[in-house]
Design a binder for this molecule. Structure first.
Ligand SMILES: Nc1ncnc2c1ncn2[C@@H]1O[C@H](COP(=O)(O)OP(=O)(O)OP(=O)(O)O)[C@@H](O)[C@H]1O
Ligand SMILES: [Mg+2]
Length: 213
């Protein structure tokens, strides 16, 4: 069975922090691994991300947004993820198709059937085998993301999505929880309000359990 593990959740929920820590742990254990992220897991994806996150593109329509994320995913799956899975590597991916459902479906309001078609096509039908959903109130996540961006001393770092309303981010959160409720066996719901170490222990437990299964 493939070992595609995805990390999902709203802005600032701690996906990248936890993935970095779990990645270090698995590398120390000599587990063959690809650590990657969407949409910037490839050179082409990074360029697409530049268009997607640019604050000047505030007028981008939802359909363009959905196609661009799927374009990045199409490249990512074919160039990086499928070859790694073929080599029997465990793949840790920071955001994947569920993000398209949550952001462009639940929050932007695009038809879920349309999202399903472009998701399946871009990912060649590939589905995550395990998804960790980092859940917390949007006010906390956005505050963490804003503090992180301020630390980088570059307010232009705040991207087009982080600048969206609380209402938008609450729809994203609910969208994720809806997918979790419809596919509970694939998901592990993580209470992301806790401290980094406590969450890391739980994340590691889920991942090791899954890898050794
Ligand atoms: N459990 C935690 N408690 C407090 N702060 C945290 C916790 N986890 C991460 N952080 C901090 O919150 C900020 C956001 O974390 P991180 O970048 O990992 O989130 P993310 O989910 O990857 O966000 P994005 O969706 O914007 O990529 C970082 O500054 C990180 O150090
Ligand atoms: Mg991140």
């Amino acid at each position: 069975m493939n070992k595609l593990i995805t990390f999902e959740g709203i802005e600032g929920s701690g996906k990248s922090t936890q993935m970095r820590l779990v990645g270090q742990h698995l590398i120390e254990k000599n587990i063959p691994l690809l650590i990657t992220q969407e949409p910037s897991g490839t050179d082409i994806g990074r360029k697409i991300g530049g268009i997607l996150f640019n604050r000047g593109h505030y007028y981008m329509c939802a359909e363009t947004e959905a196609f661009l994320f799927c374009a990045a995913r199409a490249q990512h799956v074919r160039e990086m993820i499928l070859p790694a899975l073929k080599e029997n590597k465990t793949v840790l991916c920071d955001r994947f198709s569920d993000a398209t459902y949550a952001y462009q479906g639940a929050a932007r309001g695009l038809d879920p059937d349309f999202i399903r078609v472009i998701n399946d096509y871009s990912a060649m039908g590939l589905k995550p085998n395990l998804t960790l959903l980092f859940d917390l109130p949007v006010e906390i996540g956005l505050k963490r993301a804003a503090d992180r961006d301020n630390l980088l001393k570059d307010s232009s770092f705040t991207d087009r999505f982080e600048r969206e309303s609380l209402k938008f981010h609450n729809k994203v959160r609910e969208g994720y929880l809806d997918i979790f409720r419809s596919e509970p066996e694939r998901f592990r719901l993580i209470d992301a309000t806790r401290d980094v170490d406590t969450i890391q222990q739980e994340v590691l437990r889920h991942i090791i359990e899954f890898i050794e299964k």
